[in-house]
Design a protein around this ligand. Sequence first.
Ligand code: UDP
Length: 312
Amino acid sequence: MKKVLITGAAGFLGSHLCDKFLEEGYHVIGMDNLLTGSMKNIEHLFPKKHFEYYHHDVSKFVHVSGELDYILHFASPASPIDYLKMPIQTLKVGSLGTHNLLGLAKAKNARILVASTSEVYGDPLEHPQTEEYWGNVNPIGPRGVYDEAKRFQEAITMAYHNFHGLETRIVRIFNTYGPRMRVDDGRALPAFFSQALRNEDITVFGDGEQTRSFCYVSDLVDGIYKLLLSDYHLPVNIGNPVEITIKEIAEEVLRFVPESTSKIIHVALPKDDPKMRRPDITKAQKILGWSPVVDRRQGLGITFDYFKEVLS
Ligand code: UDP
């Protein structure tokens, strides 16, 4: 039985990855320090024989006894308000945390996949974004702590690959949504769903003409799984290429709650908010044979049911 360590296991993506690897017959060690993760996301896994939980901050030396086949590094605050509140931890988990996990991978002769992000493209000047684009990032802006930590993460991961011959994988994750997103994580979809359900104003930042491309979580997890098992070590974009403006998605969310008295209001656009974002997924299609299959209506429906239950 293959053994996998998943950091950030109690988070949105980490917990779905734990589910996936357990379903696929792996022994899963979930690691988290619950800075932004929640026990609720993994409570259902504790009775399982092949799930273990380690409470640990990966910015500090990481010890796992016995053999390890794979490491997936998904620990990090991941929403703009979280990394504004926790800038130092965000920098540390992407840099020191990644270094510790690369060291662990080397010691165990394990393959490691690190969670990078579309934020490495910053406020992109090329559209859609291919993996060859180097990005347009403000290193000292509010997003710099996340963007630069992730850029450093890619650099050190490539260095371990080139210098130590470590088996590495880098996924650049675009906006993803689905059950287990934190209601108060400040991101567009949790904010809009909770506002609509609580009859509060829907806060569209700026004119709402900025775009994003939202991927349903099961598609993302499937892409990550395929990338881990592939033999491709350069960064791969995983995301849904269907692009929408933020104003349009706020209207779509509102349509799920027809009885809501919420109104869309416009508030100040945060500094350095990317104006557009859409993945070019040619590489994932060709190398992994992967494309997203869940359309937005379906994905938003499942997500709506989740938020309705959490907020009831
Ligand atoms: N956004 C918004 N209202 C909110 C939260 C976010 O209009 O309450 C906008 C935000 O300015 C950005 C987009 O929605 O343009 C996506 O934001 P999110 O925080 O979800 O992720 P990002 O892609 O910016 O990292």
